[in-house]
Design a protein around this ligand. Structure first.
Ligand code: SAH
Ligand code: SF4
Ligand code: F3S
Length: 444
């Protein structure tokens, strides 16, 4: 019998999905990528924009039609807003939250799965800590042999006015640092080359357990110590930090350890003071620019990525121009730019979505132009130099070439590299630069 899991959204969902898969495989299912041959089929949903949730409805309507022809059990988990959850309860056989993951076998049994499956509790024999975090005790079925996500925190307390996450993932809760460090150590021992610590606000790690847990900067130092004590090479990333909690000791920690990758993803969302205030980001432009200057000072080789929303409710042309000016000034290596999409339940949904779709597209295009220009200039300065690259796959568009990433997470096409090198670090000389990518060859 086969199971197919469709995962939408960000790395948090990718990571949750690896644990769902592990529980379902433990029951005896084989995984398939083909929806049509699955007996059990599920979606890990994302609610960050309307488009993502529309996809879930399209899928379940299709799957429910298949039920006329064959037995099929459907489930949904992930980030779901309450209004959608009420509808999903009628459309899916099972709706569950991640903290209920350990009960998945018995919940599926109630949906009527075949009796030959193992209903053993996934945490049998383990010491339970907290029902909000016990699901992290499930050993994930990692989807890559050399890159791994390690969740350190779930939920969000920031309540940015546009954002669905606090209503889908609930309040912030930190995972026990001992468990995080044990998972990192296991991955390092296994030879994993890239580890990403995950959370909605990684740098507010531990604040929900003040006095009982270490801080994010301290957590980074302990991870750094694992690197110092090991003879293995690996890069550790984290995403996303919030500017409000980005204290200098976090940047100092990254600077202090070789295994902590010199790449920072720091969402700004808008370059306008008033828009930031209405987004409830709770920091000034000055504070953001101070963090950027700390990063430039302490991590001179680091690349800088960001997230931006264009066309937020009430965003004027002049306010948008401040975001464009910020991009010119900071020269991001990468920016994930999204058009504002009102989310039911979030505070801004009550405000008028008054920037037209055309205007949003136009603003997005203008920011992309700036991004391409500044990132090209940065990439051109890398030509002729050698960098360490983690080779991560075959290049789909060029026979005989591999794809990889630099420590700063810049994508690079590596010519004349053979497939056995996938999953290894190699020295690569950059031979040419494009707007958001590089090309190079192995240094022999
Ligand atoms: N915790 C992170 C972001 C989580 S959501 C942070 O604080 O930055 C990921 C990204 O989706 C956000 O950075 C934002 O750019 C985008 N996003 C969130 N809500 C959105 C909305 N309603 N419309 C458009 N983009 C949105
Ligand atoms: Fe959403 Fe803001 Fe929380 Fe990020 S910090 S998840 S944008 S509410
Ligand atoms: Fe989407 Fe949830 Fe991530 S809403 S962006 S999957 S935290």
């Amino acid at each position: 019998m086969k199971c197919c899991i469709v995962t939408l959204g960000c790395q948090m969902n990718q990571s949750d999905s690896e644990r769902i898969r592990s529980v379902i495989e433990g029951m005896g299912y084989a995984m398939t990528k083909n929806e049509e041959e699955a007996d059990l089929i599920g979606v890990v949903a994302c609610s960050v924009r309307q488009k993502a949730i529309d996809k879930v409805y399209a899928k379940i309507h299709r799957w429910n039609r298949w039920k006329n022809d064959r037995p099929l059990i459907t489930f949904v988990s992930g980030c779901i807003l309450p209004a959608d959850e009420r509808k999903f309860l009628k459309l899916f056989d099972l709706v569950f939250r991640m903290n209920e993951l350990p009960e998945l076998p018995s919940m599926l049994q109630q949906c009527g799965i075949a009796t030959e499956y193992s209903l053993r509790h996934p945490l049998e024999g383990m010491e339970r800590q907290d029902e909000r975090t016990d699901f992290w005790l499930v050993d994930p079925a990692y989807s890559s042999a050399f890159e791994a996500y390690v969740p350190i925190q779930n939920g969000c307390d920031k309540f940015c006015t546009y954002c669905a996450v606090p209503y889908t993932r609930g309040r912030e809760v930190s995972r026990a640092s001992a468990d995080i460090l044990a998972e990192v150590q296991r991955l390092v021992d296994r030879g994993v080359k890239s580890i990403t610590l995950l959370g909605q606000n990684v740098n507010s790690y531990g604040l929900d357990k003040k006095g009982k847990e270490i801080s994010f900067a301290e957590l980074l130092c302990r991870v750094g110590e694992i690197g110092n004590a090991s003879d293995k090479d690996f890069w550790v990333y984290f995403t996303s930090p919030h500017p409000r909690d980005m204290t200098r000791d976090v940047i100092e920690a990254v600077a202090g350890y070789d295994c902590l990758a010199k790449q920072i993803h720091l969402p700004i969302q808008s370059g306008d003071e008033e828009v930031l205030r209405r987004m409830n980001r709770n920091h000034s432009m000055e504070a953001y620019l101070k963090i950027v200057s700390d990063i430039r000072e302490l991590l001179p080789t680091a690349t800088l990525f960001t997230d931006i929303i264009v066309g937020f409710s009430g965003e004027t042309e002049a306010q948008f121009a401040h975001t464009a000016a910020l991009m010119e000034k900071v020269e991001f290596n990468m920016a994930y730019i999204a058009k504002y999409s009102p989310r039911a339940g979030a505070r801004s949904a009550k405000w008028e979505d008054d920037v037209s779709p055309q205007e949003k597209s136009e603003r997005l295009a203008r920011l992309s132009e700036i991004l391409k220009r500044t990132s090209l200039a940065h990439n051109q300065a890398m030509v002729g130099k050698a960098f360490r690259v983690l080779l991560d796959g075959k290049d789909r568009r060029m026979e005989g070439a591999l794809t990889g990433r630099t420590e700063g997470k810049l994508p690079i096409r590596v010519l004349d590299a053979s497939e056995e090198l996938i999953g290894t670090f190699q020295e690569v000389e950059v031979t040419s630069a494009a707007e958001l990518s590089l090309t190079g060859r192995l240094v022999k």
